[in-house]
Design a protein around this ligand. Structure first.
Ligand code: FE2
Length: 345
């Protein structure tokens, strides 16, 4: 760990032996600002003027000894966090034990050795700094990480929305289709009890389910007359094209799921992989229902929005065949709850 410089730190030396105080002042003056007190009482007077970063405290002093001083320091809200190093004579083990129990952080034995004194003070100041700042630092770093995460999330959603609008822009008749499918898919997933994180994924996957249409010529997508068999085959390629595009988004590996399998049917008669029942990923079974619902409740060049009861009947008819019966039932529940038929283009 890199050692921080504490040149500006202030150290208070409290010792009744004036020679010791002088020696300490001389040793420390290059590295620290030094305050000197020849008794505990004097130390408290000086503390009122300036609170030092650390106190070197002699244990044996007449009147107020080092233990009394540290006790009083620890009892004060203003001074209790000042780190204290005790100064003792050699071989004074009892003093060390008691000193630690009173809250001293370290001991320096007299006579002083300059390098040891400076190293010990610097180490304690470093520890004190880290301790006081760790919590603040952790809080700041977690806040930053959270902000970065949120920004990434917003960016992903914006990118995915942008992708979705490029698909919708190709086909003026289905403008807003992807966003509506995402809304309906999320409503179904909510009824299935998905949590917030899963709902975001459902939303993403539904928004890009038709991304593969980017690879289909406009002339086929916008063709008003009946499609030829060949053209129909081209359109049917969009789930595979879409999943190939999306599989490059490795940060959201499941995002291709909806694109690839939203045209699979529950009875196995869909495409591209002819999956059946629960072989079809649940999210794709959700999107299939949401997609079909939006197709029926959107205007087409050749027809208006279908009546709500017609749409409802399609889901009852298709349950277990085109649709997962659970998803179809949920769709019927949503339709029944939508008394004024607001869920439409
Ligand atoms: Fe599609």
């Amino acid at each position: 760990m890199e050692t921080r410089e504490f040149q500006k730190a202030t150290v208070m030396v409290v010792d009744d032996d004036i020679v010791n105080v002088r020696i300490a002042c001389v040793m420390l003056k290059d590295k620290f600002h030094v305050m000197a007190a020849e008794s505990g009482e004097r130390a408290f007077e000086l503390l009122k003027k300036k609170v030092p970063d650390l106190i070197l405290l002699d244990v044996h002093m007449p009147e107020m000894d080092g233990y009394e001083v540290i006790r009083e320091l620890k009892n004060s809200d203003d001074y209790k966090n000042i780190p204290v190093i005790f100064l003792t004579a050699d071989e004074d083990e009892e003093a060390e034990i008691q000193g630690f129990s009173e809250g001293a952080l370290d001991f320096i034995t007299k006579p002083f050795r300059k390098d040891i004194v400076i190293q010990r003070i610097s180490r304690i100041l470093e520890l004190d700094y880290l301790q006081k700042n760790l919590e603040a630092e952790v809080k700041m770093q977690s806040k930053k990480a959270e902000e970065r995460g949120k920004k990434m999330e917003r960016m992903s959603l914006q990118m995915i929305n942008a992708l979705a609008s490029t698909i919708d822009a190709k086909d003026p008749y289905t403008n807003g289709h992807s966003a509506r499918v995402a809304d309906y898919a999320v409503m179904i997933a909510e009824r299935l009890g998905y949590d917030e994180e899963e709902l975001v994924k459902v939303c993403y996957m539904a928004l890009v389910h038709d991304i593969g249409k980017i690879g289909i010529p406009d002339s086929i997508i916008n063709k008003k007359s009946q499609l030829t068999q060949g053209e129909y085959e081209v359109i049917r390629a969009h789930p595979v094209i879409g999943s190939n595009i999306l599989k490059n988004i490795t940060e959201i590996p499941e995002i291709a799921t909806g694109a690839r399998w939203h045209h699979e049917m529950y009875d196995g008669s869909g495409y591209p992989d002819h999956l059946k029942g629960e072989e079809i990923p649940e999210i794709a079974r959700i999107i299939a229902v949401a997609d079909t619902y939006d197709a029926m409740t959107s205007k087409r060049s050749y027809r208006d929005v279908l009546p709500q009861q017609v749409v409802r009947a399609e889901f009852i008819e298709g349950r277990g065949q085109q649709f997962d019966p659970i998803m179809a039932d949920i769709m019927v529940q949503l339709i029944d709850a939508d008394k004024e038929y607001k869920m439409r283009e």
